[in-house]
Design a protein around this ligand. Structure first.
Ligand code: PLP
Length: 388
């Protein structure tokens, strides 16, 4: 048995005629930069999400930069986010000279814990960046309550940027996440739920001012050719990549439903083996928890594996053993993410230490992602669960 984690090649073959045609249309026109397909994709993304503006850009990382630049984040500003995320979330904050202020995660959803945000806010705090980890939106009602309370009690405006690199297509209270933040960002990295064939991303907003500014920032802060209103960046998404996403977006509602179905089948199979927790072989499995207000884009299906002892310390070496066993059986796994950001060498200067964010530290020692894609067969799911 050899299971493919993301089945990117399989997906290409599935839509090959349409994708090849779209790529060749661009080649024939040679409109590689800001061709019609770019605007077409932006309109399609607006329709999909209901956002007033969708603006494509060069990556999910650059989407975060554009969003923060639109909010005029300056050196010395502080931005609250989670330490249990991909580096780009906090790296972009630091890149702009601002300071990431980490807040620990909720033990069930693995997203930022809204109850711990208020205590971190200082006079320098400008924004909160919740991350929709593995595709699940954060508790935006609770986060908005913190924003409202801060405005009321301190007369201080906090902006929200949702890092939705993993969550395109997810919903919170039946609507796309863009409707719950000042700006929503996403990534079209190939392995993301909606991926292109290289790097790509987008920012979404309902705010006219932020939208106009991000459009300019994306092309070197230019308001007309060779006239530069802002210090910006070369942040465009290639026409070719937009053409690919235009095709994939047509099939995305179906692919997303399939991802959700795969996740449900995994969880059902695990539960058949004992309510999501299996202790007989000396280890415990904890299944993903999805808040009833949310649907997840299931960028990943991540479970926690840990020995069923009274030792609640992170057990990385134990997870290594489980991963090795699965690998031997032809089942690839991945760890998103093995080290929380406050313990990364590049953030040493922030002065955090082990023990500062105990939930993030614990989960990073236990979390493990299983193969996830819309096309995982029942047989594959059966085999994967059977090997665990
Ligand atoms: C949470 C999160 N933020 C940001 C990014 C950055 O996206 P990209 O790789 O498109 O720059 C990623 C992608 O891996 C991500 O998972």
């Amino acid at each position: 048995m050899r299971i493919d984690f993301a089945k990117l090649q399989y997906q290409y073959k599935l839509y090959q005629d349409e994708i090849d045609k779209a790529i060749h249309t661009v080649l024939d026109k040679s409109n590689y930069i800001m061709g019609e397909e770019v605007q077409e994709l932006e309109e399609n993304l607006q329709n999909f999400t209901g956002a007033k503006y969708a603006i494509t850009c060069s990556s999910g990382t650059d989407a975060l930069l554009l969003a923060m630049m639109a909010l005029d984040i300056q050196p010395g500003d502080e931005i609250i986010t989670t330490p249990f995320t991909f580096i780009a979330t906090a790296e972009t904050i630091a890149f702009l000279g601002a300071k990431p202020l980490f807040v620990d995660i909720d033990e069930e959803t693995y997203n930022i814990d809204p109850n711990k945000i208020a205590e971190k806010i200082t006079d320098k705090t400008k924004a909160i960046i919740p991350v929709s980890l593995y595709g699940q939106p954060c508790d935006m009602d609770a986060i908005q309550a913190v924003v409202n309370q801060t405005l009321k009690t301190k007369n201080q405006k906090l902006y929200t940027i949702i890092d939705g690199a993993q969550s395109f297509g997810a919903t919170y209270k039946n609507r796309a996440e863009v409707h719950y933040a000042d700006i929503y960002t996403t990534s079209f990295f190939p392995a993301k739920p909606l991926g292109c064939f290289g790097d790509g991303g987008a920012v979404f907003t309902n705010n006219d001012v932020f939208a106009q500014k991000m459009k300019m920032l994306r092309v070197h802060g230019q308001n007309k050719r060779y006239h530069h209103k802002y210090i910006g960046m070369g942040g465009r998404m290639d026409t070719l990549q937009c053409a690919v996403v235009n095709v994939k977006l047509k099939h995305y509602a179906k692919d997303l439903a399939l991802r959700q179905e795969v996740a449900q089948k995994y969880s059902d199979k695990f539960r058949e083996k004992g309510e999501g927790r299996r202790e007989k072989d000396g280890f415990e499995i904890i299944l993903p928890y999805i808040d009833s207000r949310c649907t997840s884009a299931f960028a990943q299906y991540s479970i926690r594996v840990k020995p069923s002892t009274f030792n609640f310390q992170p057990s990385t070496s134990f997870r290594d053993k489980v991963q090795a066993k699965l690998k031997e059986a032809g089942i690839p796994t991945a760890v998103h993410y093995p080290m929380p950001l406050h313990l990364q060498e590049c953030f040493e200067y922030l002065g955090y230490k082990e023990g500062d964010f105990p939930v993030s530290e614990k989960i990073s020692g236990e979390i493990m992602s299983l193969p996830m894609n819309p096309y995982l067969s029942d047989e594959e799911i059966h085999d994967i669960v059977g090997y665990l």
